[in-house]
Design a protein around this ligand. Structure first.
Ligand code: SAH
Length: 243
């Protein structure tokens, strides 16, 4: 972790990636770890409101919307958002967002998928309410390591009492690759989301219970060019601690 602690990606660097088509993080298929664990997130509920932090053009948004859920995403790149609607063949409307100066809202014509184009840290429950489900893939691992407390504080503030938050993390040797995605250990998840260090103790509900659901070999061919020879993907289920 310490090897990456001071690494910072500016928003402009993300935008450059989109402009230059360097979006190797995108997957054309629904993420297997979401598919495998969906029952544990949905828990028999209908029409769950899902939040996708740092959504990119994740096809998982359309997959959940087709099941009758609604999705709200936040993404800085307008190009990425427009690619999402084009690639999914979805008509959309574009609006300004009075609560966030400079932000835009891209909403599918059927109203099931809304993507806010803005910096995540400008987003809050005052803009779009709270959520019953969260799918965090390429988000906790993509934010700057120094922002993890701030990120967790925001995400916890977006959770309804019945919210079930699935987060996908990666473990590899951080001496070999500088990220993103950044190395996030179980301890990092606990430090950020469990109420064990005092710094988020003022949050109503006092942080999250954390359960490791799955640990899989996530090593792919493309990781060789990062200088790695192993990578473990772990998904955790976060639920608000009983108040
Ligand atoms: N979750 C997506 C994208 C992962 S890559 C997927 O799994 O495919 C991380 C994404 O977050 C990029 O699309 C980048 O443009 C966006 N991003 C990074 N920092 C952001 C911020 N502070 N606010 C909003 N979007 C951000």
């Amino acid at each position: 972790m310490s090897a990456q602690a001071n690494r910072v990606m500016a928003l402009s660097e993300w935008e450059n990636r989109w402009q230059e088509g360097r979006t190797g993080f995108h997957r054309p298929q629904v993420h297997n770890l979401l598919e495998n664990n969906l029952d544990k997130v949905v828990c028999g509920r209908k029409e769950v409101r899902f939040f996708f932090p740092l959504c990119g053009k994740a096809v998982d948004m359309k997959w959940l919307a087709d099941m009758g859920h609604t999705v709200v995403g936040v993404e800085i790149s307008e190009k990425g958002i427009k690619q999402f609607f084009a690639e999914q063949n979805l008509a959309y409307n574009e609006e300004s967002v009075s609560a966030i100066p400079g932000a835009k809202l891209f909403k599918s014509a059927d109203g099931k998928i809304s993507i806010y184009q803005c910096d995540l840290y400008k987003f809050s429950s005052a803009v779009a309410g709270k959520f019953g489900g969260i799918w965090d893939r390429g988000a906790l691992v993509a934010i700057n390591p120094c922002d993890r407390q701030k990120y967790a504080t925001l995400l916890i503030s977006l959770m309804n009492n019945d919210c079930r938050y699935l987060v996908d993390t990666m473990e590899y040797n951080p001496e070999l690759y500088k990220g993103p995605p950044f190395f996030v250990s179980e301890e990092d998840v606990k430090n950020a989301f469990a109420n064990n260090d005092g710094s988020i103790s003022r949050i109503p509900g006092g942080g999250c219970d954390i359960e490791l659901l799955q640990s899989v070999d996530g090593f792919e061919e493309r990781h060789k060019s990062w200088g790695l020879d192993s990578l473990t993907e772990k998904v955790y289920l976060l639920t608000p601690k009983a108040q």
